[in-house]
Design a protein around this ligand. Sequence first.
Ligand code: AQP
Length: 333
Amino acid sequence: MENENKKIVLSCIQPTSVPTIGNYLGALKNWKYMSEDYDCYYAIADLHAITVRQEPAKLRKQSLEMYALLLAIGLDPEKNVVFVQSHVPEHSQLSWILNCYTQFGEASRMTQFKEKSQKHADNINVGLFDYPVLMAADILLYQADYVPIGADQKQHLELARNIADRFNQVYTPTFKVPEPFFGKVGTRIMSLQDPTKKMSKSDVNPKASVSMLDKPDDIVKKFKSAVTDSEARVYASDDKPGITNLMSIYSACTGLSFEQIEKDFDSKGYGDFKAAVAEAAVECLEPIQNEFNHLINDKAYLESCARTGSERASYAARKTLRKVMKKVGFWQV
Ligand code: AQP
């Protein structure tokens, strides 16, 4: 780590539930690949998670499980900085300062805030509104070059870039202006029950998503009940979102192209295809689940990795925060 020549990557995942196969194929799998070529900071975003009401005991358990899962997918805690966001107070500290360099109008334009306030109409808290500024702090603290994001986070990254630019102009260059890093096409996984909506780990309908820790039998059942269409021919098309989504999952799990999948299932029905997708998903998740089951029983090891991760993250974050505090004029003693 801390290699001068390597570019820096920052990415976060919220411990709002067990991650789905969508989180895995769309984000976490790339995290593993990126760790080969970049200096990676990977955070469990529990500060972000409480913008939606969480049950305390569950949040604690989910954070520990998320940590174990990140190691189980193959992230080496020595090579990467894997940490829990709330263990590094610099995130909250920088976030407050950046609030004062963010205009109310620009924050009001964030579409995710609008969507989430509709979804959680009984709890439209200031944290939900401020979420993108905290995200900017997460990124700018580590002087990240790249942030792997899905299309839904594009607007938030743009805001982080604007805040960085503004701060750099008001004072002198302080923050690196981060670039988005888009994963491979076809990795945005949709809900199995409403394929026009993305698969989410906090979806209340258990049939809508496949969790990374689901048992093989449950995975098979969920794919069996996935919403498709009445045509019974396997090919990708905008008016076949259910089948296209299953093809994305199958392709991401097996590495087969859409053309190959169409050929392989040319004369077969949806039943056969769904069974094949389920089998591929089970095979993809099985080694991760085995490793997870082993790690989750070693709480002392996980805690020690998380402690080391937060110390290393804090060390890097502190450097940026000190500069920022000096520039804005805080008395430092
Ligand atoms: N369906 C998806 N397909 C591909 N990638 C996805 N990601 C999320 N859903 C899909 C990516 O996973 C990473 C971590 O996401 P997050 O936990 O920070 O928040 P999120 O995007 O809000 O994910 P969820 O699963 O929908 O969580 P909840 O239900 O808590 O809101 C991100 O890189 C994200 O793009």
